[in-house]
Design a protein around this ligand. Structure first.
Ligand code: NAD
Length: 322
């Protein structure tokens, strides 16, 4: 760790935090706990009030929060919000030259690169640092950050990332953090569909969930979607399938991330047929029955489209209602 990074870790910084929703609220609270002076803004007054209870100083606007900041963190729904705020919203212009802009939202790789260029043009530093770990990780400060930008920018951000998470990986230049996030989630979306299809096929062949799990979880079918977030109830007690598919990782967020991956697949003319199909399946599922479910609930849609009947056979066999 460089001397500069070590000094940074001990310094209390002035941080502007814009977007205090499900993720941003607890992340800002953890920065307060780490001793930083955090000023926040959100369009929703309730979100601002909740953050204020955790010690975040409420600002009247995003630009007011940024005016006095060493670091401006954004945690917003999509790329258009980040770009609109940076340029039209005056956030870049409001900050002192040399401010570090840290965008932790999950956004399009092209938008992340555009945001980075705009920040640098305005005389600032910039890092994209999307997260995995969900609301639970945001609250417990156990997020994983995937960062894109310069080495110096990453070193400057590290103490803050350490206050909000358990791991930060520098993935490369501007946009590389977002690239890593969508590639990882494309693997996850495809593998969850694959595991779910295998369970439904197993049902139709008279195979119990437990038997398939016992084989695949110790064989070459092993993956996170099977062994941690198993989409059928029974084999993994902590998985959302045992809790009526309450998220967990909500299906609309998976649909969003796969949509971003699909954009990048098309832009790069990559032959990612399964990635594109997974994006379609999750978009439909998230718009309908999956709107408030964990993404593993897609197994029920696959079963239903398969006729649903093998489920009764399965229930009889291993006594576990699915
Ligand atoms: P959220 O909708 O709860 O929070 C976003 C907040 O941004 C809202 O409170 C909204 O009012 C605010 N906002 C929007 N435009 C604004 C503006 N111009 N100025 C100030 N505030 C503004 O969403 P979230 O779940 O906190 O997710 C935030 C980001 O993190 C998203 O990009 C999401 O994809 C990503 N993410 C979420 C999760 C998760 O489990 N929720 C996990 C990983 C990544």
């Amino acid at each position: 760790m460089s001397a500069e990074t070590r000094r940074g870790a001990d310094e209390a910084l002035a941080i502007a935090f814009i977007g205090l929703g499900n993720m941003g609220g607890p992340m800002a609270a953890n920065l307060v706990k780490a001793g930083h002076r955090v000023t926040g803004f959100d369009l929703v007054p309730e979100a601002l009030a909740t953050a204020a209870e955790a010690g975040v100083g409420p600002a009247a606007s995003a630009t007011a929060a940024a005016a006095d900041a060493d670091v401006v963190i954004t945690m917003l729904p999509a790329g258009r919000h980040v770009l609109a705020l940076y340029e039209d919203g005056g956030l870049l212009a409001a900050a002192r030259p040399g401010t570090l802009f840290l965008d932790c939202s999950t956004i399009d790789v092209a938008d992340a690169r555009a945001a980075h260029e705009a920040a640098v043009r305005a005389g600032h530093q910039c890092l994209d640092a999307p997260v995995s770990g969900g609301v639970v990780g945001a609250e417990a400060a156990t997020l994983t950050f995937m960062a894109g930008g310069g080495v110096a920018e990453f070193a400057r951000a590290e103490p803050l990332l350490a206050a909000m998470g358990k791991k930060a990986v520098h993935c490369g230049a501007a946009g590389a953090g977002q690239a890593a996030k969508i590639c990882n989630n494309m693997i996850l979306g495809i593998s969850m569909i694959g595991v779910s299809e295998a369970f439904v096929l197993g049902e139709s062949l008279g195979l119990s969930h437990q038997a398939l799990y016992d084989v695949a979880s110790t064989a070459s079918g092993q993956c996170w979607a099977l062994s941690v977030n198993c989409p059928v109830p029974g084999p993994v007690p902590g998985s959302p399938a045992n809790h009526d598919y309450r998220p967990g990782f909500a299906a609309p967020l998976m649909a969003k991330d796969l949509g971003l991956a699909a954009n990048a697949v098309r832009a790069g003319r990559v032959q990612a047929e399964l990635g594109l199909r997974a994006a379609e399946l999750y978009a439909t599922y998230a718009e309908h029955e999956g709107a408030a479910e964990d993404f593993s609930g897609i197994v029920r849609t696959i079963r239903q489209r398969s006729g649903g009947a093998p489920q009764a056979q399965h229930t009889e066999q291993n006594g576990t209602p699915a």
